[in-house]
Design a protein around this ligand. Sequence first.
Ligand code: SAH
Length: 349
Amino acid sequence: MERTDLKNLTKEELTAVIEALGEKRFRASQMYDWMHKKLARSVSEMTNLSAQLRERLQNEFDYTALKQEVMLRSEQDGTRKYLFGLSDGNVIESVWMQYKHGNSVCISSQVGCRMGCSFCASTLGGLVRNLTAAEMLDQVYSIERDTGERVSNVVVMGTGEPLDNFDNLVKFVTMLSSEDGLNISRRNITVSTCGLVEKLRELADKDLGITPAISLHAPNDELRRRIMPIAKRYSIKELMEAADYYTEKTGRRMTFEYSLLRDVNDSNASARELIALLKGRNCHVNLIPVNPVKERDYERPNMTNVLSFQNLLEKAGINVTIRREMGADINAACGQLRRSYESGTAAEL
Ligand code: SAH
């Protein structure tokens, strides 16, 4: 039988488990505090529990504690890229970035991904499995412990499609923003999706208060289908309706991500089509010059093109930024560290 992971339990769930062991409720509060505030790496650190209880917990339960396999640190801007090992031997990537407004962590939501976007490294080996809420939380916890600094922002933009792991994602957001845990403001938690329409509506109905982002990457269905298989399942019209529903329901402004791929979606004509699509919407566009992935043949547009694309949007009154590149010297492109590690070439990085 599978053992229960103590770190994956909400405070209510943990209380029920602890009471079932014949222990007092306050023990659950103490344990929750150790796990989600003091960021204990194991039950043995929980020194205010009796030795007997600690031993029992260690014998009968699992306890997620990611193993730091690799850490690369940028000389340029302090960005750190982590490769963490899971208890089943899989590895995942997370990134730590320092900005003027605070410290940000980018986490993975799945091992691999099944969305198949043609420019993305994370999807090359397909989906291996979903991450549990504890495995998502522990990326943030491990990085806080390693850096000794507080995390203020979390972006779910690493490997995986978060809405393809919906229940665990919601549990993760709830626990991360809880006063009994790190108490990270929900507005500072960004969830990015390639556009699973039904799930996006379901997320809107939950009204979690998080910041939503949609990976759009193309202004029309024909082009979007060429680069994102998910576009064959949902049209841009359906996606936009779901985006509008999200904003109406939650009052949160939508961010649209647009990765610029040279000679594919970076022309002035594409910019004008994008303007026509987004005009009048309360939204923000984040332009991402593509990180070329060795297995794919996309190229990054030159900077003048990127700026001219941005200019056109700006002139049309659309709120637009270009994503600043962090950790360029540590090969921070999405999903690449994990791939090189698995193929045994991480030493070259
Ligand atoms: N599955 C989610 C979140 C993970 S990807 C999503 O699709 O939104 C986070 C963002 O990085 C997405 O906008 C994704 O399309 C983009 N991305 C992936 N690979 C990239 C690459 N090689 N260069 C630039 N952006 C990339």
